[in-house]
Structures are given as C-alpha cells and as structure tokens.
Design a protein around this ligand. Structure first.
Ligand code: ZN
Length: 431
C-alpha cells in the first residue's frame, strides 16, 4: 500500500462558504480557548495540562455549545492535537537553546483550516462525468461541495484523511489516499538516457543540448513581483495602501506558485515517461537553507545575489522537482541517478576529457584548455552527470530513505573508467 496525497480546489457556493467559514471560526475559537486554558493552569496553579486532559472535556464543550457537534469529534480532537504539537515544538526549541517562540493566539481570519484524521464525517465522490464532489457533515445537514478535477487512482483508492484549508479566499481539500502498487504505476513510453541540469536561466538543459525554458508567465512576473515588493516597502507599514499592496503580492505569489507547480508536474511526468535513466545532481539542501547573510563572525559572501528573489524561488522549485522526479521515477520504473555534487563537480568538469576546469558563475560557456571542447556550461554538466550515471560507484544512487551518515569512502573518478562504462552502457543499450 502506498500513500498519495491529492489536493483539490473547492468551489463552495455562497451558503457553503459561509458555513465553512463558520466552522473555521469555531475551530479557531477552540484552539485559542485550549491555549488560554494551558496558560492559565500554569500561571495560577503551576500545573501543565496535557492533550488528553483537553480531549476529555470535549463532550462538555459540545453539551454547552451545540454548534460544535456538527464539526465532528475527531476533527475537534485534531485541532487540540495541533495545539499540542505547537507546544511540543516550543519545548523542543527551548531544550535545544533556539529562539523558543511560544504558541500564539490566532485570529480566525488567519486560521488555516481543519482536519478530519480518518474517513468518518466526509466522503470524496468522483463517479460522475464532471469533477469530484466532496461531501462533509452527516445526514441532511451535510453539504456537497464541487471540486476541480479527479485523482487518477480510481475507485480502489481508500481515503484516509482530509484537510480543508483556506488561502487568500480560496478553498482547498487535501485528501490522503491509500493506493495499491498497481494503481500508482505509470506508463513508460520511451527508454531514453538523459542527463539534466536544472537551473535558473532555462528550467532544464539536457546533455544533447535541448533546453526547456521557464514558463513565460514566471519570466514576466518575477520582476513584477519584485517591483510590487519594492513599492510596498516605501509605504507606511499598516496603512491602507500597504495592506492593498500586500494583498496583491500574496495573490501574485500564489499565482506564480500555481503556474510553477503545474509546470514542474507536467515536465517531470513527461521526463520519467520517456526515460529509462535520468541523471542529475544531488540536491545539497544545507547550502540553500543556510542564510545568505551568515553570522556576525562569519559574514556571508555575495549576500545580495544569494538573497535574491530568484534564488529563493529557484531553490523551492528545485527541491519540488527533485521530490517529484524521485517518486514518479519509482512509479514508472525509471532509474534516477543523483550525482554527488561535491565529489563530481559537474559544472567544473570537462565532459570530454574529465579534467577540472574551474569557472565562475558568470562563465556560461565551458572551454576546455586540455582537449579544446567548447560547449554551453549547462549542457556540459548535464553530460557529466549522465556519464556519472553509467559509471557505477562514482555517484550516489537515488534512494527513498534518508541516507545514513556513513557513506562509502569517495572513489576517485577517472576518465578511463567513467568513459569505458559509458561506452559499455551505450553498446548494451543499442544492442
Ligand atoms: Zn576537456
């Protein structure tokens, strides 16, 4: 059994929107009341209240406030659990000596949503010819909300839990499904071997020189987003104009995010469907999540460039693309090879003679002084990772579980073994 999460956009009508908004308000009220109870108990009696203490008084809450009944007891428990998680995270941070950040009271306007932890109290239906329908609530008081699209896992998929969220005035339903092995399998139509360099100028460059450009919407709107943010920074904080720009920025951010997500989904699906082997660089998260500014003792270099908006969005997109490639490759039976960036240095290595040719980020062309190869930088590194994929032992194979700390001692990558393995692989591929 596999788990797959699918998110639907919901289209509630005016009456349903009002009711969902009311439910969020009630969940938020419960959250805040539970938080207050914990704070009071500690201040007045020096005693801490656990999740179970709070869960056990839920029946009393429902008796006193009948409007809570239709929300479902498991959904209410889930909101209390959410608060408990916030406290656990707080104590963990205190223990680790980080900035603690005490759990906060939330405005219902900013309360993201609520969750049904099991299949009770709701149902996802997608039997008709149109998109799916989500039924929440029970009996004659239930409502059937229209949703966009359908998931591809068919009727055998068993729903596990549901989260309903509200973001910038739009509603979404995330459903976790338990799906059989057969149902997740993807059709593969090709047996290509491809090296890919994911980047910023072009979204992807392949070893054969083909490129996939970033979608036009993102290209044109990233500068616009920066412009809006600049304009907002000149307004007085908290003023009407500041807020108005804030809403516009949030909408544009969201739209760019949606376009990007859609784009990455389509490209990664197409890639795994057409390839038997995909090679790319391993993602080094620590480099990207580290603050560009550094610390006071160790100030970062190129702060301006690194902190740029592009970098931020690029890194988000990169890890998204990697995650999708990983699970889709498993579904399609494609081998995903992730080269060890530090060891291999694909952008610095010559794909023809395997020598290291140092270059700065600005140098977009690889010119090898050793063998005379002249190639675009990204195409060269895509070729290098593809060679690495065919030379066993030089890279880090794709894996689903986080890798252990002990890794095999790095082997030196020599041109002879790498090239020979590549030729072997090509011969075996063509025969
Ligand atoms: Zn060379």
């Amino acid at each position: 059994m596999n788990r797959r999460k699918v998110t639907f956009k919901l289209y509630p009508n005016a009456r349903e929107t009002e009711r969902l908004t009311g439910w969020i308000r009630l969940h938020c009220e419960l959250y805040n009341a539970a938080l207050e109870e914990r704070i009071d108990a500690y201040r007045k009696h020096g005693k801490s209240i656990s999740y179970y203490d709070q869960q056990n008084v839920l029946p009393e809450v429902k008796a006193a406030r009948p409007e809570y009944v239709e929300l479902g007891s498991h959904a209410l428990q889930q909101t209390l659990r959410k608060l408990d998680l916030a406290f656990q995270a707080f104590f963990r941070r205190v223990k680790a000596g980080q900035t603690p950040g005490f759990p906060r009271f939330k405005a219902s306007k900013r309360f993201a949503g609520f969750c049904y932890p099991d299949p009770a109290g709701w149902k996802l239906m997608q039997s008709g010819t149109r998109g799916a329908t989500l039924r929440v609530g029970s009996g004659k008081d239930s409502m059937s909300i229209r949703a966009r699209g359908k998931h591809r896992f068919g009727d055998a998929a068993r729903p596990n839990d549901l989260t309903i969220t509200r973001k910038n005035g739009e509603w979404f339903a995330s459903v976790t499904l338990r799906v059989s092995e057969d149902a997740v399998a993807r059709v593969r139509t090709g047996d290509g071997h491809r090296g890919i360099d994911l980047g910023l100028n072009d979204w992807a460059t392949f070893d054969n020189g083909e490129t996939i450009a970033n979608p036009r919407f993102m290209r044109t709107n990233l500068p616009r987003l920066a412009d809006l943010q600049r304009r907002q920074s000149r307004k007085k904080k908290g003023s009407c104009r500041y807020k108005r720009l804030g809403r516009r920025i949030a909408r544009l951010h969201e739209r760019i995010g949606h376009v990007r997500l859609d784009f990455i989904h389509k490209q990664t699906s197409r890639l795994v469907a057409s390839c038997a082997v995909i090679a790319t660089e391993e993602l080094v998260i620590s480099n990207m999540s580290r603050s560009a500014k550094g610390t006071q003792n160790e100030p970062g270099r190129m702060v301006k460039q690194k902190a740029g908006l592009n970098r931020e969005i690029l890194s988000a997109g990169l890890s998204m693309a990697h995650q999708m490639l990983a699970y889709k490759a498993v579904e399609a039976g494609t081998r995903l090879h992730l080269s060890n960036t530090r060891q291999l240095k694909p952008s610095q290595r010559c794909s023809s003679c395997w020598e290291l040719v140092p270059k700065t980020l600005e140098q977009r062309v690889h010119e090898c002084p050793h063998c005379g190869l002249r190639m675009r930088r990204d195409q060269n590194s895509a070729s290098v990772v593809l060679i690495d994929a065919h030379a066993p032992g030089t890279g880090v194979a794709a894996r689903q579980k986080p890798r252990s700390r002990q890794r095999a001692k790095s082997k030196s990558t020599t041109r002879e073994t790498a090239a020979k393995a590549f030729e072997d692989a090509q011969q075996s591929g063509s025969s």
